[in-house]
Design a protein around this ligand. Structure first.
Ligand SMILES: [Zn+2]
Length: 73
């Protein structure tokens, strides 16, 4: 049986709604609310606290922009 984490699903960006040099945003496949969005680093990193300061800044930039984006209907 195929391992869904090899390769890591999040390391293969798809349906990207916004990106920058170090991170990308995509809608969650199983949204718990309209516009449920994932903000992910482009480098594989299993733990938020292992991200560099630059990667955290890149994620926060996308988070702020996606927050202002209109929710999809
Ligand atoms: Zn990954």
């Amino acid at each position: 049986m195929r391992d869904p984490n090899d390769p890591c699903l999040f390391c293969v960006p798809r349906d990207v709604t916004r990106r920058n040099a170090l991170a990308y945003a995509t809608r969650d496949s199983y949204p718990v609310s309209p516009g449920h969005t994932l903000i992910l680093p482009l480098r594989h990193c299993p733990d938020f606290f292992d991200l560099s300061a630059q990667e955290i800044a890149a994620c926060m930039e996308l988070l702020a922009k996606e927050r202002k984006a209109p929710s999809p209907r």
